[in-house]
Design a binder for this molecule. Sequence first.
Ligand SMILES: [Zn+2]
Ligand SMILES: [Zn+2]
Length: 349
Amino acid sequence: MHSYQVTEFGAPLSPADGGVPEPQGAQAVVKVDACGVCHSDIHLWEGHFDLGNGRQLPFGSGPDMLPITPGHEIVGEVVAVGPDAAGVSVGDRRVVFPWIGCNACAICAAGNEHLCNKPQAPGITIDGGYSDHVLVPDAKYLLDYEGLPAELACTYACSGLTAFSALKKVGALGPRDPLVIVGAGGVGLAGVRFAEAVTGQKPIVVDIDDSKLEAAREAGAADVLNSSEDDAGKRLFKMTGGAAASIDFVGAESSFKFADRALRKGGKVVVVGLFGGSVTLPLPLIPMRSVSVQGSYVGTLDEMKELLTLVRSGVVAPMPIETRPLEQATQTLEDLRAGRIVGRVVLRP
Ligand SMILES: [Zn+2]
Ligand SMILES: [Zn+2]
């Protein structure tokens, strides 16, 4: 088994070779066809999240978790299953639902495994898909993607699912309920593509990069706005008359403020991005404006099944994918961190 691992936070990934694991119980081994490169991989690589004001949140258990193989957008062929694995056979092609919990706590019992405090998530807390093989804790997390290209299917495990779940939290919108999406990176663009199917509204998309806004237009945005221009906030309010909902796919101080100020009274901002930072909110304005702030982190197993059904029905245009060899993992993380990637890069071993 040939993998690329984080052995030291921030250092180039190290190639590692070892035996392919033997699946026990309900586990399964997937021979990786493709693995998407996600912003969370940068946080794992750097070893922390930025909480603003010089504070950092360590990623997972910090240095104790090293070495670890990143990569949680995994698709491939089932090559071995444990004696209790159900629902898949060797030779099946599957995409991995990676947001796996402990399966024992109240959060998992409620179907929110992605929020479990003892996660066993490939590429996050256990070895993931920057490899030619990956061990999946239970075969029930292997989902059928028949009808979709493999390198597209893997992106639905995180960027697609994250966008879909955030839009579900917005819910159905009427014709007079504008939706604003802030940030047109990989996840934001997925949100632009799914927005009409999930909420009924084409979004107005805001970013600081014109090439990303162009991509958003092609992905189906109703309109676009560069937030680095003068009076962008005022112009947005003029375009919308106040948004019913906004989604911050960046999660920086400036993007959150923009998403919050775009709202009309009673509106909701969903925060998805993990860029980092902090904000100060004037408390009286929260009740007076009756706004809600809701966080959204990846999504549930049920949402991923629902999403795969939606994309396999063909109503959502596929996202542009660039494939690179697995050996370019470190370079790809650097490109992503520097904002040089439009759409999604998928690594192939
Ligand atoms: Zn749990
Ligand atoms: Zn991700």
